[in-house]
Design a protein around this ligand. Structure first.
Ligand code: SF4
Ligand code: SF4
Length: 308
């Protein structure tokens, strides 16, 4: 395996996989179960195959979800992964690369930028998310997970071992206070594999004020990662703290229709943000999303630099 091969694979998959384009209504049950998609459809757990896709006359058919991804690689024993386990970062419930895969050598984080037209559409209304945004969030998630699985499987085919945590049965994300049986060790609004924290360690980008992730291609996009025993030279981080790509301009805070951000420190009230997204889901079920803090902001397409 080489970096060039990974880049070629993700470019080809992004351009040619039907999962990166909105199809006609009605997927197959297999599609919904693939890569734990239904399990990880967090604000609408009861998603079924007939809910996916668009009506022929919606004008959205064939819409592309993501631009070509970028990626960065960390050594699996990078001390940053232990840092994530500190209680003030994520906590001891956050798994290490070695927990996902014994003998892990590398962690690869991928950032998939949303199509520009989707980001531009989401700037128009100050409260309601653009229809393109919520389709990308929900229907497009199948492509996000499939991309993680694609790289995992390519590594396995090349003779390595690999796991895509987001697609794995062991992955846990809590989006409210009602933990499913067996997942109580992961606190509310937390996860045992935070794609954003992991991506910071790999060198792909940093957090922003609203806890969004600002990659080298901006903050309007999604993340997925792969843990593997393939070994290569890691990327260098061109920032020295968790907020290195945020200039604290406050635009994301002002954009938030739920006033979910703290005014005295970085970060947001996940309960408020989640309540707003649930309201969106009531109206647009099975779709949901918001992303006002990831669109119409200076860091939407590029990183900023920390002040001072
Ligand atoms: S909008 Fe401004 S404050 Fe918010 S994450 Fe981007 S650079 Fe940081
Ligand atoms: S996703 Fe929406 S509700 Fe949540 S913090 Fe961002 S702007 Fe606010």
């Amino acid at each position: 395996m080489t970096r060039d091969k990974i880049q070629a694979l993700i470019n080809e998959f992004c351009d040619n996989s039907p999962l990166n384009y909105l199809g006609a209504k009605g997927a197959s049950e297999e599609d919904v179960l693939a890569n734990n998609y239904a399990k990880h459809n967090l604000y609408h757990r009861g998603i079924t195959a007939d809910m996916l896709g668009a009506d022929e006359d919606s004008g959205l058919m064939g819409m592309r979800f993501f631009q070509r991804p970028i990626f960065a690689i960390a050594r699996a024993d990078d001390p940053g992964f232990k840092e994530i386990q500190r209680p003030e970062v994520v906590g001891p419930h956050h798994l290490l690369p070695e927990d996902w895969l014994s003998g892990a050598k590398s962690v690869i984080s991928f950032f998939l930028p949303y199509e520009r037209a989707t980001v531009e559409a989401n700037k128009k209304d100050p409260v309601e998310p653009a229809i393109e945004w919520i389709y990308t969030r929900v229907d497009g998630q199948r492509f996000l997970l499939a991309l993680g699985a694609k790289i995992r499987d390519a590594l396995i085919e090349a003779g390595y071992r690999a796991v895509a945590p987001y697609c794995d049965d062991r992955y846990i994300m809590q989006v409210n206070r009602n933990a499913a049986p067996g997942t109580e060790h992961v606190p509310p609004f937390s996860t045992n594999w935070s794609e954003r924290h992991v991506a910071v360690v790999t060198g792909l980008g940093t957090f922003g004020m609203s806890t969004n992730f600002i990659s080298k291609a901006g903050c309007a996009g999604r993340l997925v990662s792969v843990v593997t025993d393939w070994e290569t030279e890691p990327d260098e981080r061109d920032y020295d703290h968790w907020l290195g790509y945020c200039n604290s301009c406050g635009a994301c805070v002002r954009r938030c229709p739920a006033q979910a951000h703290y005014t005295d420190r970085h970060g947001k009230d996940h309960e408020k943000c989640g309540a707003f997204i649930r309201k969106v889901c009531e109206k647009f079920a099975p779709r949901y999303g918001c992303g006002k803090c990831q669109s119409g902001v200076p860091c939407e397409y590029k990183p900023m630099r920390a002040k001072g």
